[in-house]
Design a protein around this ligand. Structure first.
Ligand code: ADP
Length: 499
């Protein structure tokens, strides 16, 4: 029987398991949507038991549907939604609260409190992050403050706190292993990217006891095996947070290589090499530690990427399907000066303005829905340019080309616009499942299925290269208009009292 890799992908809207053969071709995918709980406006939670049971169901389904026995699996890889935080009892493994999802804002007041205590510069220096409720620390602090008796129990060592990878592994291994990897740890706002360990000064300032936290492993470290869940001791050979895994799956192994993921939200990630690099407006994280070597990244997150298409579809009702945006937007060659800034929930990197609100500007009575749809697609390209510009404020860095993935890259118009707006080639690989693939490659490397990074890079194949087609002047004129539109969106919720 040919050997296989089982790639576990614990996402935010769905959990999936992919079966890959020994050539890393995807044989099959099983998927299950997870329930999104919205207890209050701005809060998003997941049921921790569901995260485990649905994940296991998809793992079993993909084996069963393909007649594969667990002993035909060489290794398991795990990639997962990052920052989402859980707290559970050490003695029983029972969660004491739901998983608080990365996008949830219920812990904003901790961020303000820590800001008032003057912690922001220390957080930035130690963790590479810009203090925000998005990261795990404030979510764990919120659970400790809001669940009765939790703080005392945490101090007595009765509770464990972790990200989704830790929670899955803890359950998959029958509570034997309480571990995480450097890429997930570096998105908690508790991890020191210089020492690759939890930061005691920050933990003390946050009031989070170190004994609640998992043992940190390299991304190709020892995470236990599936003996408890599958009766066969298949090793969990790699763990990586989703964005870092997709950097890996895009074969961005050299410093400066950069990928952009156009999902519901958008994330630009650059391989920053073997030392952390702090660049204004964007964050620094540990990308992975593999074969003993840590690699760092620079990341910029945009809240509304593909989500803008969902808004056109579900709220504005001008398209039936996200992919229609390409056809409609293509009917007009230009927006004729119309811009849509999708700051529905504020602006993330590099603007960091929670009070910004979305706008559509520059309309005339010749403007139709086609121009607005095109402006929405263009907003994805312009937001990416904002991230690229922020990253390039460090004059040592260069981005000669951009590798792209995520649901929206099937949109050729978007990819062409992106090349035009950046003035560099945009490269779409054949397999755009970069996240699951990246973690699977690393598992393959550590299980000896792939020789190493060079061999993994050879598995990455180009589907299409989009070359820039507009002049330098046109490119800058388009972008100047965008910058003005963004300025108009900033601070809106503070300036306009009726918001
Ligand atoms: P996630 O992993 O964040 O759930 P995906 O990578 O699956 O997201 O991408 C889905 C997003 O991409 C949705 O927000 C959808 O609106 C958008 N999208 C999908 N196809 C297209 C397309 N052809 N053009 C533009 N946007 C698209």
């Amino acid at each position: 029987m040919a050997k296989h890799i089982l790639a576990v992908d614990g996402g935010t809207t769905s959990v999936r398991s992919l079966l890959l053969d020994d050539k890393f071709e995807i044989v099959d995918i099983a998927q299950k949507d997870i329930t999104q709980h919205y207890p209050r406006p701005g809060w998003i939670e997941h049921d921790p038991e569901e995260l485990v049971s649905f994940q296991l169901e998809t793992m079993r389904a993909v084996l069963r549907n393909n007649g594969i026995h667990p002993s035909d699996i060489d290794a398991v890889s795990i990639t997962n939604q990052r920052e989402t935080a859980l707290v559970w009892e050490r003695s029983t493994g029972e969660p004491i609260y739901n998983a608080i999802v990365w996008a949830s804002r219920q812990s904003n007041n901790f961020i303000e409190k820590w800001r008032d205590q003057g912690l922001d510069p220390l957080i930035r220096e130690r963790t590479g992050l810009i203090s925000d409720a998005y990261y795990s620390a404030s979510k764990i602090a919120w659970i400790l403050d809001n669940v009765k008796g939790a703080r005392e129990r945490a101090e007595r060592g009765e509770l464990m706190a972790g990200t989704v990878d830790s929670w899955l592994i803890y359950n998959f291994t029958g509570k034997q292993r309480f571990v995480t990897d450097v890429s997930n740890a570096s998105r908690t706002q508790m991890f020191n990217i210089h020492t690759l360990d939890w930061d005691d000064d920050l933990l003390e300032a946050y009031g989070i006891p170190r004994k609640m936290l998992a043992e940190i492993q390299p991304s190709d470290g020892d995470f236990g095996d599936l003996g408890f869940s599958f009766g066969t001791a298949i090793p969990i050979a790699s763990v990586m947070g989703d964005q870092q895994a997709s950097l890996f799956g895009q074969a961005c192994f050299q410093q400066g290589q950069t990928k952009m993921t156009y999902g519901t939200s958008g994330v630009l990630v650059m391989n920053a090499g073997d030392t952390p690099k702090l660049v204004e407006g964007v964050t620094a994280s540990t990308a992975w530690k593999a074969q003993g070597v840590p690699v760092y990244d620079i990341e910029g997150v945009v809240f509304s990427m593909g989500k803008t298409m969902q808004w056109l579809r579900d709220d504005l009702k001008v398209i039936h399907d996200a992919k229609d945006s390409e056809w409609y937007g293509g009917q007009v060659g230009s927006t004729h000066g119309v811009y849509l800034v999708p700051a529905f929930t504020g602006l993330a990197a590099p603007h960091w303005d929670p009070y910004a609100r979305a706008n559509i500007v520059g309309m005339s009575n010749a403007t139709t829905r086609l121009h607005i749809i095109r402006a929405a697609v263009e907003s994805m390209a312009f937001q990416t340019r904002d991230l690229v510009e922020a990253t390039l404020t460090d004059k040592d860095l260069q981005i000669p080309e951009l590798r792209v993935d995520g649901g929206a890259v099937n949109n050729n118009m978007l990819c062409q616009l992106q090349a035009d707006v950046l003035g560099i080639p945009v490269i779409r690989p054949k397999v755009t499942e970069a996240t699951a693939l990246g973690a699977a490659w690393l598992a393959g490397i550590s299980a000896g299925v792939v020789g190493g990074f060079d061999e993994a890079a050879e598995l990455w194949n180009v589907d299409r290269v989009f070359e820039p087609q507009i002049s330098e002047d046109e490119k800058e004129e388009m972008y100047d208009g965008w910058k003005m539109a963004v300025e108009g969106s900033k601070g809106w919720a503070q300036k306009v009292k009726s918001v």
